[in-house]
Design a protein around this ligand. Sequence first.
Ligand SMILES: NC(=O)c1ccc[n+]([C@@H]2O[C@H](COP(=O)([O-])OP(=O)(O)OC[C@H]3O[C@@H](n4cnc5c(N)ncnc54)[C@H](OP(=O)(O)O)[C@@H]3O)[C@@H](O)[C@H]2O)c1
Length: 282
Amino acid sequence: MNDRVLLIGSDGMLGRAWASMLRLASVDFDAPTLEEFDLTNADSIDAGITDRHGRVINCAGYTDVDGAEGDESRALAVNATGVGRLADACRRVGATVVHYSTDYVFDGSATTPYATDHARSPLGAYGRTKAAGEEAIERSRCDHLIVRTSWMYAPWGNNFVRTIARLARERDTLRVVIDQRGRPCSAEHLARTTLALLNAGQRGIRHASDGGECTWHEFAVEIARLTAPDCHIEPCSAAEFPRPAPRPAYSVLDLGETESVVGPMIHWRSNLSSVVQRLEQE
Ligand SMILES: NC(=O)c1ccc[n+]([C@@H]2O[C@H](COP(=O)([O-])OP(=O)(O)OC[C@H]3O[C@@H](n4cnc5c(N)ncnc54)[C@H](OP(=O)(O)O)[C@@H]3O)[C@@H](O)[C@H]2O)c1
């Protein structure tokens, strides 16, 4: 009977949100470690996905955006080749794949929110490998739901909210870029939204994030207000902080299709306020 969930990447930021949601709902799931299930190891994929698994939730990925610029082949092995193998294995056993992708598959030159069917045009290596992963899933013809998201944060893991909260406690002033615009996304909100989409029978590509949109500067101002209000957040331009990977200037994902099925997305200020109350200390 294929009623078990296989959760891959359960130690990551989003994987932890999925694991606690499934535990709370008393859903039986397998959560293999990286040693047990490695997306770069074809044998471990084939052995790990069995006909007991009806749903395979892939929260794993090579997520080091700057690191990918210097090691694109490693990022490609995880985010595209491995994901394609996973999709083929799921097709063979008849399992549905849930996979996550990113706003970085777009170049950020748009001025209105990116629709799910907008052409992919990644700027950097990470985005290229994630776009290739989406294409590999589509080619496999497995039953799938690809959820693109952006600017993810949680009380745990490596994320902007925890970094800014820590730095704002340590310093009087921080400088944060004001010329990049997007939508933050709480990992817990994303897990719940994905499950609602899945249970509603949604397939193909959907976008999910918190509601509202902002610049990194606006986001940081609110994080500091909630955690260390004495810290002053100054605006600066992305050009003042050159990084190995180019970032899209505008990466607002259109949420229309998702909201028409599961209702309006909770605003980022509300999700953020819930998350900062539970931030794990570094
Ligand atoms: N974070 C964001 O802002 C953001 C935005 C848009 C989309 N996404 C997408 O959302 C998904 C989850 O992101 P996240 O931030 O939760 O990631 P994360 O915290 O970096 O977690 C990724 C997980 O994948 C595991 N992993 C790495 N290489 C693997 C491999 N070869 N085989 C199996 N597992 C492997 C990692 O294990 P180790 O920790 O042991 O390496 C970790 O548990 C990813 O697909 C990401 O591209 C994230």
